[in-house]
Design a binder for this molecule. Structure first.
Ligand code: URP
Ligand code: ZN
Ligand code: ZN
Length: 466
């Protein structure tokens, strides 16, 4: 007898949709069935009219982070919001105020301890590297062996002691090539961003409408091209986080066409919002790096998503609340950067992608679950509904709708970037390793259910583009 049987749903794979029943035994999927007579199961869920998709994997979140401002989401509240939005795995960063103290492994253990016992769905980390000391370079191997094969570097945030210069980026990539790791890089040109920011502030151009000029598009495009070149020279795989600019999409497309293993990530806010938001009275809420750009850029991101050049959509959830954001009303440099999207990521892809822009639902599954699983070493344990995979399963009702606001959503901030938008196509049930976490609009899971994921990347992903 199965523990759970999800009947009559439209089961979505990265390359097909088919009507099937999904049988679950314990924490795993036992099989996909197409039988007239349903087998016996302790619980049967009728998914008629619903999509049945693999649990979302959000490869870029910042929970319980005190660095660029204090995030409101703890590992408990952040993963609850994630689960409401159909996400059953999050990958955070070893990034916090205390990240300078100790070896990379000590920092990893400290961050892991913050999530253990609190996360309601499974979690992993990317290891942040901000220096190329012999000790750090030697430690990379230990971190990979521990189950963290992805390393984050920032080409900005010098003031926060996060900045990795070209030599650090290249040296880390040079090691990762041999260790089976991947570099994940935030790409903006620090020198020019710092120069533009200082010039604007000195001229008294301090309010949010001036913010995009402090980080012009070419600073993102120049940097992504440089970092792609460094990765090519090192022979390493590269994942570029939160792409906002059309020119950055072009750079990824070109590198991939030339056979380089480069993977581009964007976020719902870069797909859906433009720099017009900075002119609003609450423009400070949209301070993030890179900044929101133009309609031409959002269109290029949608094309990149449909065309396969953008590999993943993550939230980059950094839940800075309005009181901290509002500090940017008078001077944009005082607003802590970041946006919230951990709950809205999949609903917005359904509503604005599948429903409004004819994005195939198979592609949604690919960019929100299967590709992050493949790139970061979780596939086929996660990212696909197949026999033997973790029973991370989400039921999506394509007709269910919500009007976005802090009251209707479950994120712990008092604003929504999409306030008043009608989002159509919502997760209505979320299952993590066979346990129901969200049902009938309620959280029914348990803090501590989420487990730390040890990962190891398929060498094919590191050799050539997926
Ligand atoms: O402003 C943004 N994008 N979020 C904060 C940290 C990051 O990822 O750069
Ligand atoms: Zn970043
Ligand atoms: Zn981020």
């Amino acid at each position: 007898m199965f523990d759970l049987l999800i009947r009559n749903g439209q089961v979505v794979f990265p390359d097909a949709v088919m009507e099937a029943d999904v049988a679950v035994e314990g924490e795993r999927i036992a099989g996909l069935l197409r039988t007239a007579e349903p087998p016996a199961a302790r619980r049967v869920i009728d998914a008629t009219g619903l999509y049945v998709v693999p649990g979302g994997i959000d490869a870029h979140v910042h929970f319980d982070m005190q660095f660029l401002g204090q995030s409101k989401h703890t590992f408990e509240s952040g993963t609850i919001a994630a689960a409401f939005g159909g996400t059953t795995t999050v990958i955070d960063f070893t990034l916090d105020l205390d990240m300078q103290a100790g070896s990379l492994m000590e920092i990893v253990e400290r961050r892991r301890a913050k999530a253990e016992g609190r996360a309601v769905v499974d979690f992993g980390f990317h290891c942040v590297v901000n220096n190329g000391s012999p000790q750090t370079l030697a430690d990379l191997e230990k971190v990979v062996a521990y189950g963290i094969p992805s390393f984050k570097m920032f080409t900005v945030y010098r003031e926060a002691n996060l900045y990795a210069n070209d030599a650090v980026v290249y040296n880390v990539m040079d090691r990762l090539r041999d260790l089976g790791g991947i570099a994940a890089v935030h790409t903006e040109n620090a020198d020019i961003v710092e120069h533009c920011t200082a010039s604007l502030l000195a001229a008294g151009h301090r309010t949010p409408p001036h913010y995009p000029k402090s980080r012009p598009t070419f600073t993102e495009v120049e940097c992504i091209r440089r970092v792609i070149f460094l990765a090519r020279s090192a022979g390493a795989a590269l994942y570029v986080v939160h792409i906002a600019a059309a020119g950055a999409v072009d750079a990824v497309r070109q590198a991939r066409a030339e056979g380089q293993p480069v993977y581009g990530e964007t976020c719902p806010h870069y797909l859906l919002l433009t720099e017009a938001m900075y002119a609003r009275p609450d423009g400070y809420n949209f301070v993030m790096s890179p900044p929101l750009r133009t309609g031409r850029d959002t269109e290029a991101l949608w094309s990149g998503l449909a065309g396969g050049w953008i590999a993943t959509v993550s939230s980059d959830d950094n839940s800075i609340d309005v009181e901290d954001k509002r500090a940017g009303a008078e001077s944009f440099d005082r607003a802590s950067p970041g946006c919230v999207d951990v709950e809205t990521r999949i609903p917005l892809l359904m509503s604005e992608g599948v429903r409004r822009r004819q994005l195939p639902i198979t592609r949604l599954v690919e960019v929100a679950s299967t590709n992050p699983a493949r790139i970061f070493g979780l596939y086929p344990r996660k990212g696909i509904l197949a026999a033997g995979s973790d029973a991370d399963i989400v039921l999506i009702d394509p007709k269910a709708a919500v009007r976005a606001s802090p009251q209707t959503l479950h994120m712990q901030v008092q604003y929504s970037p999409y306030e008043g938008w009608d989002i159509v196509g919502l997760p209505v049930m979320t299952i993590s390793r066979g346990s129901v976490v969200i049902e009938n609009g309620k959280f029914v899971g348990r803090a501590g259910h989420g487990r730390f994921l040890r990962r190891s990347i398929d060498p094919a992903v590191l050799r050539a583009p997926l």
